[in-house]
Design a protein around this ligand. Sequence first.
Ligand code: SF4
Length: 420
Amino acid sequence: MSEQTLSSTITRLTLLAPDSTCSTDLATNPWDTPAGYGPGASQEDNIPTGYPVQGGLPEEYKRASDEELDTRIRAARETLGERAVILGHFYQRDEVVQYADFVGDSFQLANAAQTRDKAEAIIFCGVHFMAETADILSKPEQAVILPNLAAGCSMADMADGPSVQQCWDELSELYKDEPDDGRMPVIPVTYMNCSAELKAFVGKNGGLVCTSSNAATVLAWAFERGRRVLFFPDQHLGRNTAKAMGVPLEKMPMWTPRKALGGNSEETMREAQVILWHGFCSVHKRFNPAQITKAREDYPGVRVIVHPECPMEVVDAADEAGSTDYIRRAIADATEPTVFAIGTEINMVNRLASEYPQHTIFCLDPVICPCSTMYRIHPGYLAWVLEELVAGRVVNRIQVPENQQGDAKIALERMLAAKP
Ligand code: SF4
């Protein structure tokens, strides 16, 4: 690849027009003008009802310059020493990730939360469900802190407790007369990206949690114990994983919440092997096969790797599909300079592009689409929670209700035992 082509690719990644964002929340293009979506800006966002409410960020953090915030974060971090650990998700913005002691995907961060048992506080720079998971897996005396409570996950919000319970009740009624062959009629499996309430639900009902790293292992576990799987909230991860394991598409009906039998006939549901919840990631849903065709035209020989939260047609058209950690390792392990077209969140793709300059790495989607909910964690919020800790105050603590802790932990421990 010529230097000019490489530089135009990088330019494409970093200098998009202000209106080239996928989310109206980010219409001011935060990449070039962070002040347009600065600390406190998420308080203007439309947050789903029932979500934890983030109180006002003190003015001093809204007004502080990037340099001042950097100085204050580093000073607080030094004062706290080993009393605090900062965890950052791969999709988190660089301005925040630079302060993380450990960066990883949700599976790795769940492990990290469990093993950092010396820290009194775990500051989780990810989204709400990840912080809940850290709270379940960490010691009771450790405080898990989410710097901005508005950092949620749109996919996790697509499956709620009452809707899943209603689905479960309908399925239990439908399958109650099936002959007993020693297996459960249906095993519930939830993707990590869900509330603690739903993790507790699967733990209580003989199921477990999966991540994108271990979904196939988890489905194999479930098929050994049940005749079917109810998979939520991400239809795409469920479909892509089950399809790769040989489950025919016609045996994977979609369950649309609040419709009788999820909008399916009794016969379809009796024949089902994997029942897919109607949920998706708004970031990964944006990828399409035409982007892959274009990448192959522009860069013959390009290696296309996408995340399994992408639609099935995208996974089918790609060379490989895998978790964020799979993508990272594939690039790290490439010994020859390679052109990679990646189908996942832009913060991670940009970071990989700068960490591995020997390769050409670009995002399949030419329109910037960060995980806009994770983006709500600004360094201003990080400075605030750290300085509060220095002052002996814990703010924004995430605490899973006691009645969900036990069952959710069972579901998570089953997952952690099922190695990727
Ligand atoms: S990238 Fe998608 S699934 Fe992941 S946290 Fe963001 S909205 Fe949720």
